[in-house]
Design a binder for this molecule. Sequence first.
Ligand SMILES: [Zn+2]
Length: 371
Amino acid sequence: MTAPLAVVYHEEMLQHQPPGLEPGMRDYHARQLRARLGELVASGLWRHPERPERLSSLVERARELDDGRLLWLAPERADEPTVRRAHTGGHMQRLDKLRGRKRMLAIDSTAVSPGSVDAAFRAAGAVCTGVDAVFDGRAASAFALVRPPGHHASAAHYRGFCLINNVAVAAEHAKAVHGVERVLIVDWDIHHGNGTASIFAADPDVLFFDLHRAAPYYPGSGALEDVGQGRARGTNLNVPLPAETSDLAVLEAIDRILVPAARRFRPGLILVSAGFDGTSEHLACRFSRELYAHLTDRMQRLADELCHGRLVLALEGGYHLDPMREALAHCMRTLSEPGSELPPIRRSRIGLPAVREAADFLAGQSYLLQD
Ligand SMILES: [Zn+2]
């Protein structure tokens, strides 16, 4: 029997506990960051934002929503050859050396605790398990509740709280193990998925569509003009959004850019880098929590039309628990009750002109948007 939705989770991912900036931490980046954050750290107010409660709180919400039809899957850790498909040998060695260590790795507060590397391999394994479940028919779609997140990690570097690029590993896994020829990755996290973009910049078989708050917002990449390299030109579609962008603009970007490009591309699988940091509380844009129901519905319909419904979402960012829990609930309800009525969204038009400009520009740049 096929479950409407698999939820993939393992408690080992709570063992990633990025350290604060306690005085005992003397490595270079900890000292730099402590100096930069000053009073906030001195007064004990700073906590690492990528904390275990982000995930435990979502898992608790998912359990509340379970009416007995959810399929809960506990993933294995991804093995080394699986992760190696998206990462360099050097990166694998670096991760290996970080096992059991507590360190601040970068000025953007990417950090590890003793359990972080195993947690990262478990997170990558979770997204692969979600892919397996939609291919072997155990579930119609899957949501991998994971951390550490992945979309800022490039083939050779950790960055932005990300150690392993979970979605990139899963895309390569789908190609290698399930024979998928083309994968669509949609990244609706509010930060540009610079790691994913770089890993697939020259791969014509991965269409990467990324909605994000425009530079100079972190990580500062994701320009409209970056449309992919060489034979992959046209398969990297960025939609940089101005501050305060709200629901109508986001849906316009999906309908005018993503949908026609995806139809032309004909993916065998859709992966979503599902960050929940677009909500107003996160101060980058002004997505409503209800928007995530509409986004999920658009993804589900595309998957039904193009790839036998094969859709796998993976958690990326999101740091305020209440809006994340509600956004997740909207995604899960949409996936487990297809065809149900969608909640109303904000009617704000902020961001619409930028999206229309992006659509016109990309129509001239990508073969996927030309007749
Ligand atoms: Zn983010």
